[in-house]
Design a protein around this ligand. Structure first.
Ligand code: PEP
Ligand code: MN
Length: 354
């Protein structure tokens, strides 16, 4: 069944709100000030907070649910919170939470995800799945598949980066390729970027948000607090609603599907040219491999090894020189020639095995 989480024309979907719901007053005034920016489509707020270590604030729990409901009534905006087990799901449904999300520490656990999926059987509620804390595309896709199997088809994904050890520029390394690969596998599941948990700090939020837009992501989820420095969780990365509003106004939204635009015929012409060149490249590579196979037959008949290291070194050096004259980077040409050479060896090995 078609995924209908977010109609494309609403891009980007903007979700903002505090990391944690702390009090009715804090939540309501954050939501109202966010709404006043005119740049928010949905209010987030953590009710149950999975924390890495125990003594941190773990959320107000179920008493916060009526506060979320009040936000929804007073602003008319949909509200979303994180669920980690069946009892959370049941309470959210009872209090009319509009959208759920599964956090990074839950996506890693197929039992927990399955429990949530089972609790949602027969319920038509939108749900977003954060990437697991470790860079594992299978776990991320698998969590979505479990929800799909339970009959849910309003599913979104959230890219919040991946834990790593070592020097911290980001709190969680973005490794954008995983979000891009996810989109490739599940093109109709919208991808929402979470710059707050990627950055862990305020000064680079704008840059990461812009990058997400330039990579054609479908939305943003950003943590905002009326008094960020005093937030009970994730204080360093939260921003006031007004700073958030300005950030969203400064975002540059570029056209993301130029192929549908008749004014883009120049781009289309250039793309046709590139396609023709790529076709030629493939056919040249194929001719090259045919010669490699002939060499393979010759070597087999004459008992010569496939790899001659000296010749390979010579070839690599020669092409690096040539590449320089053609404005191709050393790194690219090295990777390219190595890949071609690898394929040549594989083809010759096949001949040897015949
Ligand atoms: C959050 O959204 O506040 C949160 C706990 O995020 P994550 O699951 O990405 O760590
Ligand atoms: Mn947070």
């Amino acid at each position: 069944m078609k995924n209908t989480f977010l109609p494309k024309e609403n891009r980007p979907l903007l979700i903002a709100g505090p990391c944690s719901v702390e009090s009715e007053e804090q939540l309501l005034s954050t939501a109202k000030r966010l709404q006043a920016t005119g740049k928010v489509d949905m209010i987030r707020g953590g009710i149950w907070k999975p924390r890495t270590r125990p003594n941190a604030f773990e959320g107000v729990g179920a008493i916060g649910l009526p506060w979320m409901k009040r936000v929804k009534e007073e602003t008319g905006l949909p509200v979303t919170t994180e669920v980690a087990k069946a009892s959370h799901v049941e309470l959210c449904l009872e209090f009319g939470i509009d959208v759920l999300w599964i956090g990074a520490r839950t996506t890693v656990n197929p039992f927990a995800v399955q429990e949530i999926a089972d609790a949602l059987k027969g319920v038509d509620i939108p749900i977003m799945v954060k990437n697991p804390i470790n860079p594992d595309l299978g776990l991320w896709l698998g969590a979505v598949e479990r929800l799909q199997k339970a009959g849910l088809n309003k599913i979104g994904a959230i890219h919040r980066g991946f834990s790593f050890s070592g020097e911290k520029f980001y709190r969680n390394r973005p490794q954008w390729q995983y979000a891009i690969d996810f989109k490739q596998e599940m093109p109709d599941v919208p991808m929402i970027n979470d710059p707050s948990h990627i950055c862990g700090r305020r000064d680079i939020l704008q840059k990461v948000s812009q990058k997400a837009m330039d990579l054609n992501m479908d939305g943003l989820m950003i943590e905002s607090h009326i008094d960020p420095d005093k937030a009970w969780s994730d204080a360093k990365q939260q921003i006031t609603p007004e700073v958030y509003g300005q950030m969203m106004k400064d975002l540059v939204l570029r056209e993301y599907d130029p192929s549908n635009n008749p004014q883009r015929s120049e781009l289309e012409k250039l793309r046709k040219q590139i396609n023709l060149i790529d076709d030629e490249l493939i056919s040249i590579l194929s001719s090259r491999m045919a010669v490699a196979r002939d060499i393979g037959s010759y070597k087999k008949e004459n008992n010569i090894t496939i790899l001659q290291s000296a010749r390979w070194q010579h070839i690599l050096g020669k092409y690096k020189e040539k590449a320089k004259a053609h404005d191709l980077s050393d790194d690219f040409i090295t990777r390219f020639i190595k890949a071609v050479h690898d394929e040549s060896i594989n083809q010759q090995e096949k001949v040897f095995g015949e």
